[in-house]
Design a protein around this ligand. Structure first.
Ligand code: ZN
Length: 583
């Protein structure tokens, strides 16, 4: 067994001490650290935090030769175990790497555990040592002792993040499977009982979605662990085969005595729902190119619109279906997603398949040009799932079995055995459920840049689509931050802001000779007879510029959208809406 001893070397210096033992090394034993972690599609070069690398066999020092930014070779002789020691600097507060201070520790194996090439299929063990008194450990990895754990292979080893410290923990059961929820950093007023109860509803609804309501339907894992780190500011999650690491703002946690679902708590429930859904959709059902991972470079797929987008569709939908939010609240969330996609000119530049493929250099490396050159495979992918679901539901008139996206997901799961799938597999199942024409339409939605026919599809299920009032920033076609003056973050293509010469980085000082502190104050400076004229004073690179903008009446790049239940919809539409939203 490949074994890693992981010790806290110096919490104040954020250093883990690693001792890797390879019982029967190759003559030239290659070692490397992944450059990325599955689920987060960006090359992160974890090896930049590794230091003090040494190797020995018995008492003999073994020479190590570095062969790339993240790999080494050890020249071994004889049969003795190779023992490699090194330190890893861990001060990344995200869910993707490793963190250590005197209050808390967290790590993903991808940040800490060197891969012993040629030995990946062997079982891998972890032994923790040097934990401060009172610290607990939480992980979905199989425990073999008080502080020791074992994984079947290297892939599994790095797919069980580990939380260390003093934390709140609770348990619940869903479909008979034990679930553990661990919360670090919660305030004393945190209502853990409520979070457990709400998470349980989400988990049970999702297990039923994938495996049906029949008794004895069990998910493809024997135990599941939520690792939630509550912080001052933060949001995110990373999915794993039997756990998820989450980060959320402390204020978004439920508070004792609070009954309603605050917007912040709703965001947290959506995150829990999203990451849990991934346990099926991307961890097991996954792109064919992810059948086995190459940890040394980018792993491309055109299918993130399915694995992230469809997961994003179901995350909020499951909150509605399990009764945590009502129909109006759900439609409000959907309105926000639609508005966000329509506000982005990049949706005309990039297809969902291209956005998926380019995730490594675009979605994960956003800059001021992002909204002009890309579309989010999360947001537009979720809308594509909506369009597909509504198409299936509304055309299944008279069919003995009603079609839906739920059925498509279950079919894909069953046919692949919960394994790798291709775009052709998805299209084939859609063709069976909704006909060849719908499959062809789906192919165009994935590879084209046309807007989805959502207004018509929503009407079929009794949901009204209205344009909402655009803000001044939306009418001008720019995005600003107002924390330190009015700073232009992004200028949208085809916008009045672009035509007038505004650029990212500009600080907007004044409009029509009036000093501004917030952009919206500019509305008060417009003369009634010249409502469209904005003479802006702008600071750019120490120079002050005068720019003349012509303010349009409406937002040019997609006005915000508001969805509402149609009061006088036909009975069939109301029936479809009830079936869709589980009301
Ligand atoms: Zn996701």
């Amino acid at each position: 067994m490949i074994n890693y001893k992981i010790e806290i070397a110096d919490a104040h210096a954020h250093l883990f001490q690693l001792t890797l033992t390879i019982p029967a090394p190759a003559e030239t034993q290659a070692l490397s650290l992944p450059v990325w972690i599955p689920g987060s599609y960006m090359v992160r070069e974890f090896s930049r935090h590794l230091g003090g690398l040494q190797a020995r066999q018995g008492s003999r020092a073994v020479a190590l030769r570095q062969t790339s930014k993240c790999s080494w070779e050890a020249r071994c002789s004889g049969r003795g175990a190779l023992v490699v020691s090194y330190q890893v600097y861990a001060f990344d507060s995200s869910v993707r790497a490793a963190f250590l201070d005197a209050q808390r520790g967290f790590f993903n194996g991808a940040s800490l555990c060197l891969r012993a090439h040629g030995k990946e299929a062997q079982s891998h063990g972890i032994e923790l040592a040097g934990l401060p008194e009172g610290w607990q450990v939480a992980t979905s990895m199989t425990a073999t002792g008080a502080l020791s754990y074992q994984a079947a292979d290297y892939d599994e080893l790095i797919d069980h993040p580990v939380e260390l410290g003093r934390f709140w923990r609770g348990e619940f059961s869903a479909a008979g499977v034990p679930h553990q929820l661990v919360v670090s950093g919660a305030l004393p007023v945190f209502d853990g009982t409520r979070l457990l109860a709400d998470a349980q509803r989400i988990c049970e609804a999702q297990i039923a979605l994938w495996h049906g309501e029949r008794r004895g339907a069990v998910p493809p894992f024997g135990r599941y662990v939520f690792l939630l780190n509550a912080v001052d500011e933060g949001y995110g999650g990373l999915e794993h085969r039997a756990s998820t690491a989450l980060i959320a703002a402390r204020r978004d946690l439920p508070v004792l005595g609070q009954q309603e679902v605050s917007d912040g708590y709703l965001r947290l429930l959506g995150l829990i729902s999203h990451e849990y859904f991934h346990t099926w959709n991307v961890k097991r059902l996954r792109p064919d190119t992810f059948a086995s991972f190459d940890y040394s470079q980018e792993n491309y797929t055109e299918l993130l619109w399915f694995f992230e987008g469809f997961t994003s569709y179901y995350d909020d939908l499951m909150l509605r279906r399990c009764g945590l939010i009502d129909e109006a609240r759900y439609l409000k969330l959907l309105s926000a997603t639609i508005s966000a996609v329509l506000a982005v000119p990049g949706r005309k530049q990039q297809s969902l398949a291209q956005a998926s493929f380019d995730a490594w250099i675009r979605y994960y490396r956003q800059d001021e040009n992002t909204p002009n050159s890309t579309v989010s495979y999360y947001a537009k992918g979720a809308l594509l799932a909506l369009a597909l679901d509504l198409s299936l539901r509304s055309q299944s008139q008279g069919a003995s079995r009603s079609a839906s996206l739920d059925e498509v997901m279950r079919q894909l799961w069953q046919r692949s055995g919960g394994g790798p799938i291709s775009e052709a597999d998805i299209l084939a199942v859609v063709a069976e459920a909704g006909g060849a024409a719908l499959a062809e339409e789906l192919r165009r939605w994935v590879h084209g840049t046309e807007d989805l026919p959502l207004p018509a599809l929503l009407e079929r299920v009794g949901v009204r689509w209205c344009s909402d009032k655009a803000s001044l920033a939306q009418r001008l076609g720019l995005r600003v931050s107002e924390t330190d003056g009015i700073r232009v973050k992004q200028v949208l293509q085809g916008s009045a802001a672009l035509a007038g010469g505004l650029a990212a980085g500009d600080e907007i000082l004044a409009c029509n000779s009036w000093r501004l502190r917030k952009l919206d104050e500019a509305l008060q400076t417009l003369a009634p007879e010249r409502l469209s004229q904005m003479a802006l004073l702008v600071a750019r690179d120490q120079r002050v510029l005068s720019l003349n903008l012509c303010l349009p009446l409406e937002a040019q790049a997609g006005a915000p959208v508001r969805l509402s239940p149609a009061e006088k919809a036909p009975a069939r539409a109301l029936g479809l809406r009830r079936a869709w939203l589980g009301s």
